[in-house]
Design a binder for this molecule. Structure first.
Ligand code: 13P
Length: 251
């Protein structure tokens, strides 16, 4: 059975102490019970990782929001996958649309990041998703197909088993406009079929595919009810412990 995951991408929010307080609040509420087979993951800014690791119990995962596409060396300001792993984090978000857009991250660069993350023993949460223009032109499936194919190039089935996919339509991120349950299910199904072609039906069937984009306590239930939607990558609503846990409890 594939894992259900609700991950909170805090983006560039919270000062260190606020982040620690939020992690404490999530831990406390999660301790009151979660649906079976649901894993929570928190993705705070780099600066918070080591401190928040001290707070989280073993059953709440910790993720970085990015890592470098090089191993080490003269890359001022970059943080390597191995450095992320050394904080105790187990996951790293790679290919978020905000990084593709603002930091001009290419498919080839993301492929390098995925490989470095896997070598560091991290489980990548690999993001894909079309923008509004691409959705309106009706080329959304083609865009996502290419992101998956190029991003996962030369990654073996054994390696891929450690990867979580997140479908995040750019037009739904932070806009309050969520994909309809049908739009989400159709794309998740499409992604799983593509993964089947790459890695076979068993591995594709075991892959967790998260939905992200204005997911909140009111719409999470109908989104997660779809057979190929295995949870969410949550932005804004993950900054409030009550909302984040309400989303996790909507399975
Ligand atoms: P929002 O939930 O704020 O739309 O953000 C989604 C997202 O980008 C998560 O990575």
């Amino acid at each position: 059975m594939r894992r259900k995951i609700v991950a909170g991408n805090w983006k560039m929010n919270t000062l260190l102490q606020d982040g620690k307080d939020l992690a404490e609040a999530v831990k406390k509420k999660a301790g009151q019970g979660l649906p079976e087979n649901v894993t929570l993951i928190l993705a705070p800014p780099f600066t918070h990782l080591a401190g928040i690791k001290q707070i989280l119990p073993d059953n709440i995962g910790l993720a970085a929001q990015n890592c470098a596409s090089e191993n080490s060396g003269a890359f001022t300001g970059e943080v390597s996958a191995a450095m992320v792993a050394s904080t105790g984090a187990e996951y790293v978000i790679i290919g978020h649309s905000e990084r593709r857009l603002y930091n001009k991250e290419t498919d080839a660069e993301l492929n390098k990041k995925l490989k470095l993350a896997l070598s560091a023993g991290l489980s990548p949460i690999f993001c894909c998703g079309e923008n509004l223009h691409e959705r309106e032109k009706g080329i959304h499936s083609e865009v996502v197909r290419k992101q998956i194919e190029l991003g996962l190039a030369d990654i073996s089935e054994e390696e891929f088993k450690n990867i979580i996919i997140a479908y995040e339509p750019v037009w739904a991120i932070g806009t309050g406009q969520t994909a309809t349950p049908d739009q989400a299910q159709d794309m998740h199904r499409f992604i799983r079929i593509q993964l089947e072609g790459m890695y076979g039906s068993k591995t594709a069937g075991d892959t967790t595919i998260l939905y992200g984009g204005s997911c909140n306590p009111s719409n999470a239930g109908v989104l997660f009810a779809n057979s190929d939607v295995d949870g969410g990558l949550i932005g804004g609503a993950s900054l409030k412990a009550d909302d984040f846990l309400a989303i996790a409890n909507s399975f």
